[in-house]
Design a protein. Structure first.
Length: 478
C-alpha cells in the first residue's frame, strides 16, 4: 500500500522534530511512503528535504489556494490566517487523492497527516473525486429549455472542446471536427430543417402519441447562442488505422464518444447541451458547407442555464421511462440476466416477467395503444400502413424495413419467450399502456414469442387484449 504524508511546517523546523512526528503518525499504518506533500514555498526547508530523502519518497507541493479548496476534518482558523489555507497536512493528503487514515498530529513547529492511496481501485482519485465523476454522469441532462441570455465565453468553450477532443478513438484517429455555429441566419436555416422533420415525425404517429408529442420541445437551435455540429471523417488516418479494419463502425462510435465527453464537461461547467437529430444529415451538411467526405454525427445546442432538471425531459413528460439496469446486464450468455454479484436468472423469461410483476421496478404503462402483430415471413406492407401497428418478425431472414418491424429470430422456444417479454417491456417504456397482440404465424417460436409479449406487458403493468393481471393470461397460442 502506498502512503502519502502531508506536512505543514514553520520555517526552520529541524529534521529530528519532523522525523519524530512522522514516526508517530506512521506507527501502526501499513505501507510505504511514496510521497510527501507540502505547501508551495516550504519545499526548500532543509529539515523537510532530509526527511524526504530518509523516507526515499517524492516531494510534491501544492499552492495554498489548492489546499484551501479541500474539505478536511480538522481545519484551523489560525493556520488559515497565517497560510491562506485552513489546513496544510490534511488538505495535502486529500488533494493527492488519498484516503485520510491519520488525521492531523502536531508538534511545536509542524503538522503531519497520513493518507493511503488505493492504487488498485483508483490511483490518484479520492472518494470525493470519484463521487463527483459519478455525479456529473448522473446529472448530465439533455437541455432544451431555460437557456440564459449570456454568451459562451471563449475560454470556457475551449475547455469543453478540449474535453471532447480527449475522447478515445479507434486507432487514435480522432475522426471528429467541431463546427461552431453562432450566426442567426444559419441557425434559422437549420431550425427550418428541424421543424420540417418534426412535422414529418408528428404525421407518422398514431393520434394518442401525436398529442403527447405536440407538447414536447425537441430542440433549442434559436434559444441558444451557440450550436455545435460534431462531424466524423471516416477516412481520417488513411488506410491502416489500428482497430478499424474489422469494424468500420468504430469510427462513428469514436465521434459519438467525443460528443459525450463534451456533454459531461459542459454539465460540470454549467452549460446546457441539447442534441438535435431531427434532420436529414445531408441537408444540414449543405447548409454548413461540409465536404462530401465528412458526416454529420451530432448537432448540439449549447448555452448557459441556471439549473438542470433532475430527470430527463422525456421521463418528466411521461413520454418514455428509463430501463432498469438489471434488464440490461447479462452474464456469460445472452439471457442470463443479473446484476454483478447476483445469481443470473435462467433464460426463461416467464419467470423474469413474473418477478418483474412483483418487483418495485414494475413500470406502469402509459396511454398509448399498440397493435403487435407477430409474423413469420409474409407481406408486411399492408400492416405497416397503419401507424399504431408494430410487426414482430420471427423469420430467419432479416427484413429490409424501417422501425415498424422488429426482427426477433429466436433460436429456441425459451429464447422466443424471453424476446417477447423484452419487446413488451420496451414498448411499455416507450409509453404503451395497452397491447393488442396477435400471432399470424404458425411456428412454435412465433407462438412462444407472442406469449412472451403478453407476459411481459402484464408484468410491466400494461393491459393486454383486455386483460390486466398476470394470472389471467390465457395461452391461446400454445
Ligand atoms: C443520438 C441522440 C440524438 C438525440 N436527438 C434528440 C432530438 O432530436 N431532440 C431531443 O429533444 N432530444 C434528443 N436527444 C436527447 C434524448 O432525448 C435524451 O438524451 C434522453 O431523453 C435522455 O435524457 P437525458 O439526456 O437528459 O438523460 C438525443 C440524444 C441522443 C444521444
Amino acid at each position: 500500500m502506498t502512503l502519502v504524508v502531508g506536512i505543514g511546517l514553520r520555517a526552520g523546523t529541524p529534521y529530528r522534530e519532523l522525523r519524530d512526528l512522522v514516526n508517530r503518525a506512521l506507527a501502526g499504518v501499513e505501507g510505504t511512503v511514496g510521497s510527501v506533500v507540502t505547501v508551495e514555498g516550504r519545499e526548500s526547508e532543509p529539515g523537510l528535504q532530509r526527511l524526504v530523502a530518509s523516507l526515499d519518497a517524492q516531494l510534491l507541493t501544492a499552492t495554498s489556494q489548492e489546499l484551501a479548496e479541500q474539505v478536511v476534518p480538522t481545519p484551523s482558523e489560525q493556520v488559515g490566517q497565517l497560510a491562506g489555507t485552513a489546513s496544510v497536512s490534511e488538505a495535502a493528503v486529500v488533494l493527492s487523492g488519498a484516503e485520510l487514515v491519520v488525521p492531523k498530529l502536531k508538534s511545536a513547529g509542524a503538522t503531519v497527516a497520513v493518507g493511503r492511496l488505493d492504487t488498485v481501485a483508483a490511483p490518484g482519485y479520492s472518494l470525493g473525486d470519484r463521487e463527483v465523476v459519478h455525479r456529473v454522469i448522473a446529472e448530465r441532462r439533455d437541455v432544451r429549455r431555460g437557456f440564459l441570455d449570456k454568451p459562451v465565453d471563449h475560454e470556457l468553450l475551449t475547455r469543453v472542446l478540449e474535453a471532447a477532443h480527449r475522447a478515445p478513438s479507434v486507432g487514435l484517429s480522432q475522426p471528429w471536427d467541431f463546427l461552431l455555429v453562432r450566426d442567426v441566419a444559419t441557425r434559422r436555416k437549420i431550425h427550418e430543417l428541424a421543424s420540417a422533420q418534426r412535422d414529418t415525425f408528428a404525421a407518422s404517429l398514431p393520434p394518442d402519441r401525436r398529442s403527447a408529442f405536440d407538447g414536447l420541445k425537441i430542440e433549442a437551435i434559436l434559444d441558444t447562442p451557440l450550436n455545435i455540429a460534431v462531424t466524423c471523417d471516416p477516412g481520417r488516418g488513411g488506410r491502416h488505422v489500428l482497430g478499424r479494419h474489422a469494424d468500420p463502425r468504430t469510427v462513428w462510435f469514436s465521434a459519438a464518444i467525443a460528443v459525450q465527453n463534451l456533454w459531461l464537461a459542459a454539465r460540470a461547467e454549467g452549460l446546457g447541451v441539447g442534441w438535435v437529430s431531427f434532420f436529414e444529415p445531408g441537408e444540414v451538411a449543405a447548409v454548413l458547407g461540409l465536404p462530401a467526405h465528412v458526416d454529420l454525427v451530432g448537432y448540439l445546442c449549447v448555452g448557459h442555464v441556471s439549473e438542470f432538471a433532475a430527470a430527463p425531459e422525456l421521463v418528466r413528460s411521461g413520454w418514455a421511462a428509463r430501463r432498469p439496469l438489471a434488464w440490461a446486464v447479462h452474464q456469460e450468455q445472452w439471457g442470463q440476466r443479473g446484476l454483478p454479484g447476483e445469481e443470473p436468472s435462467p433464460a426463461v423469461a416467464v419467470q423474469a416477467a413474473v418477478a418483474a410483476a412483483e418487483s418495485p421496478e414494475r413500470v406502469a404503462g402509459g396511454r398509448q395503444v399498440v397493435r403487435v402483430l407477430v409474423m413469420d415471413g409474409g407481406d408486411m406492407a399492408e400492416h405497416l400502413r397503419e401507424a399504431d401497428v408494430l410487426v414482430v418478425q420471427v423469420g430467419a431472414e432479416k427484413p429490409a424495413a424501417d422501425f415498424g418491424v422488429l426482427w426477433r429470430p429466436a433460436r429456441t422456444a425459451d429464447e422466443a419467450v424471453e424476446l417477447g417479454v423484452e419487446v413488451a417491456r420496451d414498448l411499455v417504456l416507450q409509453g404503451a399502456g395497452t397491447l393488442l397482440v396477435d400471432c399470424v404465424a404458425e411456428s412454435e417460436v412465433a407462438e412462444r414469442l407472442t406469449q412472451g409479449i403478453r407476459w411481459g406487458a402484464l408484468a410491466c403493468g400494461a393491459v393486454v387484449n383486455g386483460q390486466d393481471e398476470p394470472g389471467t393470461v390465457s395461452d391461446s397460442s400454445a
